[in-house]
Write a protein that binds this ligand. Structure first.
Ligand code: NAD
Length: 278
């Protein structure tokens, strides 16, 4: 079966609208600051999608774009000002950055309370310690999908393909925090199939078109396809959805985890705003 993401999204939007209205009624207007320092084409699409959902839900946003000659200090100085600005509740640095910029230094300058993407060292170590105040947006979206499906976490074999800091590692930790038995696979894994065939929950974030085929998955498994690949003008995932959906539940691409990631960002922003303005 192909997992229905739209129903989850609509429910979340309704919930968020109520929360935002309540904040507005108290004179609080959640605001997101987005910092862009790259000319990455995919980032432009993500930013557009984020802007669209902010507009739909009545979230204020400010975008700060930097040119390629920008220094780290310039960006960090802006972030310091935004950290102090009480009208800004969340700060997001769109990745990737221009190559000469040190992303760790920049991300770590966002104050803990406003780190809406949870990519700073402090937020990352929270997840490691099993504290999940804020999860990075894509792993948060994945957990929302699994929760919505009432997936039984305890003791489940969860396999994660990909070990990126933004998806693979945090989702592996989030699943471990939910008592799954977690295996992380990556490019150097020998015999990938051996692991995927045993997975009750399979998260695929490899960026490799149709890497996971029907013969590699367990009957009845829950599969989350994070991959976004452009092929012949189409966007396809890391899973051969058409064949795999005949024996397991799988999220669609496009319109799956990508949509959940954007809604999770707003959930994080609203959570931060509520917490800071209580
Ligand atoms: P990445 O691109 O930084 O790294 C890919 C990871 O997959 C690496 O750890 C690599 O070892 C592993 N990998 C690649 N090919 C493999 C193979 N054949 N077998 C086993 N492991 C393999 O990872 P990322 O940033 O998580 O991005 C992965 C994909 O997810 C990309 O297509 C990206 O566009 C997409 N993405 C989507 C969203 C979303 O919201 N839907 C968010 C982030 C990333």
């Amino acid at each position: 079966m192909i997992i229905d993401i739209n129903t989850i999204i609509e429910e979340k939007k309704m919930n968020l609208k109520k929360k935002i209205e309540k904040l507005n009624n108290s004179g609080i207007y959640p605001k997101l600051a987005v910092i862009v320092a790259s000319d990455d084409e995919a980032s432009k699409i993500y930013i557009k999608n984020k802007k669209k959902i902010c507009d739909e839900l009545g979230i204020l946003q400010e975008e700060y774009s930097f040119i390629s000659s920008t220094s780290e200090d310039e960006i960090i100085s802006l972030i310091k000002n935004l950290n102090e600005d009480s009208t800004v509740h969340g700060i997001l640095v769109q990745l990737p950055l221009f190559k000469h910029l040190n992303k760790f230094k920049i991300l770590d300058s966002i104050c803990y309370k406003k780190d809406v993407d949870a990519f700073s060292r402090n937020c990352s170590s929270d997840i490691y310690l099993g504290i999940e105040n804020i999860l990075p947006c894509t792993p948060k979206g994945i957990i929302s999908i699994l929760d919505n499906l009432n997936v039984a976490y305890e003791g489940a074999n969860a396999v994660v393909i990909g070990r990126s800091n933004i998806v693979g590692k945090p989702i592996a930790l989030a699943l471990l925090n939910r008592n799954c038995t977690v295996t992380i696979c990556h490019r150097k894994t020998k015999d990938l199939e051996k692991y995927t065939k045993e997975a009750d929950i399979l998260i695929v974030s490899a960026g490799s078109p149709h890497l996971v085929k029907a013969n590699m998955v367990k009957e009845g498994a829950t599969i989350i396809d994070v991959g976004i690949n452009r092929e012949n003008g189409n966007i396809i995932g890391d899973v051969d959805t058409k064949e795999v959906s005949k024996k397991a539940d799988v999220t669609p691409v496009p319109g799956g985890v990508g949509k959940m990631t954007v809604i999770s960002l707003i959930e994080n922003l609203v959570y931060i705003t509520e917490k800071e303005t209580k």
